[in-house]
Design a protein around this ligand. Structure first.
Ligand SMILES: Cc1cc2nc3c(=O)[nH]c(=O)nc-3n(C[C@H](O)[C@H](O)[C@H](O)COP(=O)(O)O)c2cc1C
Length: 328
């Protein structure tokens, strides 16, 4: 189902009998977006979502988030761009992309055919670049934009996400040019993520995506050199899941806005952790690199989890974490 349409009621059909699975409704509301289910791909880990759709099961997803697009094409960083760590990967892709013009001409028409809601990630070096990119791309068939203010792999990539005032400038510039739903992707590499998130919401963002990768580093001991071209890169994968979960929990406790949780999610159980702490939807990133159908499998896994609880609406699970009294 596309975004902004009424959600279907819980699966109808014959009343539950001994053999019938109980009805399950996976649909969620993420700010202005109504999605069939809460599973999205994370930007940069699923290409544009249009490769081998039969193998990836893309049509089962709630939404596809495209890799970040900038106004001009970018070649990205020199290799090596990926380095495997014990429970994740360091990347230094550097926002390689085809640029807004080619994106609109060649990629968008294919994306519109996919089925799930399409969220376009955009980036830039100045607030007006983000706004210009959105202006060039916005149009029919798109559900929302995700503003990538938190890429650690380009010059000035973290500038906007480390200061509430700078983050606000980006959202203000974009909001003045579009009425489309806006989600802002936050960096975990800050002391107070909620203050950055609040500034974005106050400027008219519809929700927050948390989080981008954690700054990390690896050293080639023989050569006494950093492994990655810019010395540091972004760490993702299961290694960051508890850290990302904690950032989402903090945002949910301190702000009342839609949150899309991302970081190290592999299984439906991982996804449920993020939903329980308050995320309205989740994204699958690094897990796609090993298994591009991971997102589709997660949708099935969430359905099974809910069935095992006796059925019902997944959205009723969101933010229902029971916290110990000592938390205060
Ligand atoms: C290879 C790679 C490329 C990425 N490219 C982007 C990107 O273009 N834009 C963006 O906002 N995030 C990008 N990310 C970050 C992911 O979208 C996600 O926020 C992060 O990897 C954490 O989720 P994960 O642990 O599930 O991968 C990239 C991550 C990886 C591993």
């Amino acid at each position: 189902m596309s975004a902004q349409q009424p959600a279907p009621a819980a699966e109808s059909g014959p009343k539950k009998t001994g053999c019938q699975p109980p009805p399950v409704d996976l649909s969620v509301q993420v700010g202005p977006l109504r999605l069939d289910n809460p599973v999205m791909t994370a930007s940069g880990t699923f290409g544009y979502g249009d490769e081998h759709p039969d193998l990836t099961g893309v049509s089962a997803l709630g939404a596809v988030v495209t890799k970040t697009t900038t106004v001009e094409p970018r070649a990205g960083n020199p290799p090596p761009r990926l380095f495997e760590t014990p429970a994740g990967i360091l990347n230094s892709i550097g926002l390689q992309n085809v640029g807004a013009e080619v994106f609109v001409r060649d990629v968008l028409p294919r994306l519109r055919e996919l089925g799930p809601a399409i969220i376009v990630s955009v980036g830039g070096s100045r607030p007006q670049d983000f706004a210009h990119c959105v202006e060039l791309i916005q149009g029919d068939g798109l559900a929302a934009f995700e503003l990538n203010i938190s890429c650690p792999n380009v010059a000035s990539g973290l500038e906007f996400s480390r200061s509430p005032a700078e983050a606000a400038k980006v959202v203000r510039a974009v909001r003045s040019r579009t009425d489309m739903p806006l989600f802002v992707k936050l960096s975990p590499n800050v002391t107070d993520i909620a203050s950055v998130g609040r500034a974005c919401i106050e400027e008219g963002a519809d929700g927050l995506t948390a989080v981008n990768t954690f700054l990390g580093m690896a050293v080639d001991v023989e050569r006494r050199r950093p492994v990655l071209p810019r010395s540091v890169g972004g760490l993702s994968g299961p290694a960051i899941r508890p850290l990302a979960l904690c950032r989402v929990w903090e945002l949910a406790r301190r702000l009342s806005c839609p949150i899309i949780g991302v970081g190290g999610i592999v299984t439906a159980r991982d996804a449920m952790e993020f939903l329980l702490v308050g995320a309205s939807a989740i994204q699958v990133g690094t897990a796609n690199l090993r298994d591009p159908s991971r997102g589709a499998r997660l949708v099935e896994g969430l359905r099974e989890m809910l069935r095992a609880k006796g059925g019902g609406r997944l959205r009723d699970q969101i933010g229902t974490l029971r916290t110990p009294l000592s938390e205060g």
